[in-house]
Design a protein around this ligand. Structure first.
Ligand code: RFL
Ligand code: PHB
Length: 390
């Protein structure tokens, strides 16, 4: 098989890259090791930055999102038994869109297939070769060994993928921080207690109230990074959520049947550069953020927008300036999102060495960002997404 851009991974990065390339008349093939059903059901992120929602609309995959997504004009912080609001619309004139990542994945897969796109699901033993010369993706599909020759490879295979580890030792520099806590997340059939998200700092640990629809809530509580979910019967999860989300209207948190549950460890991670020869890393394969800033899916989309522009220039004019600048261009945004995600995380979680000083400092910080217009505007600017020309 031969294509122009071979893409490993059918998450938001790989799918959107393939879609953007198609709109620019560039051919691509995606290889994905999971099934279509699996990737379409994988519950993850829920917040689209302002420009990211616009991107989906402008490129023709935002129709269902516009119908079903929830426009939010701000968020709440809960601390010291108080609920305080940050009004993004008033501060920066923009909001965010709450729409599940798996819904974005479904919408882009549907569109890719309708446009004749090739997504090979359930492939095995993927490996990438010839990264500085003639790139090739080898894999097994439907029991047969296959080779895909391409001009470039999009490494969109997430944090545990094969693309990043295929770069020779010594080329990439990794920057990393692990956090001594994780998130236990649930999806439940219940009525949202608030119209907007609630980020909560509580002496028992962080909690987050979010949602997916007027009937589905998404909730998280801080836990150990290796927390055993089997030790958390439904009753215990709800008890903990009620204990932490106890300020203002969040006291009336409604319970409902759990549809999904899981534990996520938290880490900050970046590799530099995000390119090796003809392999370009995008999304979680190049960087991970703790979910507190709601940035992961958005960064993945920003990367592939930049990458698609680089490929478009290359195939239209033969010039590679934009492709050569890909890594540096993305990393400027990536590091700002890293900073913001780390900052939100340290403001809202309780670490093992947390003492009375840390508690006072966190409360002062939350009081500051919710009472100083300058501080609130900075938070709002980052949360809705730093400007990106789409
Ligand atoms: P993905 O989504 O991990 O997709 C990678 C794809 O590659 C496939 N793959 C392979 N395919 C072929 N061969 C191999 N060897 C392969 N190895 C892997 C995988 O099966 C998969 O389909 O990466 P991508 O596309 O870069 O997208 C990144 C996002 O998924 C991620 O950053 C976000 O989910 C992070 N995240 C959030 N991001 C936000 O922007 N806003 C949020 O509100 C938000 N909340 C979250 C989150 C992530 C969470 N978890 C579970 C980590 C909340 C949580 C709890
Ligand atoms: C979610 O709705 O899943 C969500 C929202 C905000 C975050 C993380 C996750 O910061």
């Amino acid at each position: 098989m031969r294509t122009q851009v071979g893409i490993v991974g059918a998450g938001p990065a790989g799918l959107m890259l393939s879609h953007l390339l198609y709109l620019d008349g560039i051919k691509s093939v995606i290889v994905e090791n999971r099934s279509r059903e699996y990737v379409e059901a994988r519950i993850r992120a829920g917040v689209l930055e302002h420009w990211a929602a616009d991107l989906l609309v402008h490129t023709g995959v935002g129709e269902r999102m516009q119908r079903e997504g929830l426009v939010h004009g701000g968020i709440h912080f809960s601390f010291n038994d108080e609920l305080r609001h940050i009004d993004f619309k008033a501060l920066v004139g923009k909001g965010i869109l709450v729409y599940g990542q798996h819904e974005v994945v479904k919408d882009v897969i549907t569109r890719r297939l309708a446009d004749g796109g090739q997504i090979l699901f359930e492939v095995n033993n993927v490996c990438v070769e010839g990264l500085t010369g003639a790139p090739k993706i080898r894999f097994q599909h439907a029991g047969r060994a296959q080779e895909l020759d391409c001009d470039f490879i999009g490494g969109c295979d997430g944090f545990h993928g094969v693309c990043r580890p295929s770069v020779p030792n010594g080329v990439l520099t990794g920057y990393e921080r692990e956090y001594p806590f994780g998130w236990l997340g649930i999806l439940a059939q219940a009525r949202p207690v608030s119209e907007e998200l609630i980020y909560c700092l509580h002496p028992r640990g962080f909690a987050l109230f979010s949602m997916r629809s007027p009937e589905l809530v998404r909730l998280y509580i801080q836990c150990a990074p290796d927390e055993d979910i089997a030790q958390w019967p439904d009753q215990k999860i709800w008890r903990e959520l009620h204990a932490r989300l106890a300020a203002g209207k969040s006291r009336e948190l409604a319970e409902g049947p759990l549809i999904e549950r899981g534990v996520t460890a938290m880490r900050s991670f970046v590799v530099e550069p995000m390119q090796y020869g003809r392999l370009f890393l995008a999304g979680d394969s190049a960087h991970i953020v703790p979910p507190t800033g709601a940035k992961g899916m958005n960064l993945a989309l920003a990367d592939v927008l930049m990458l698609s522009r680089g490929f478009a220039d290359y195939y239209r004019t033969g010039r590679s300036d934009r492709l050569d600048a890909y890594s540096a261009t993305c990393l400027r945004r990536v590091w700002k999102a890293q900073r913001f995600s780390w900052w939100m995380t340290q403001m809202l979680h309780i670490g093992p060495r947390h003492n009375a000083f840390d508690r006072k400092r966190q409360l002062a910080e939350l009081d500051y960002v919710t009472s100083s217009e300058a501080a609130a505007r900075s938070l709002a600017e980052n949360y809705v997404g730093l400007p990106l020309d789409i």
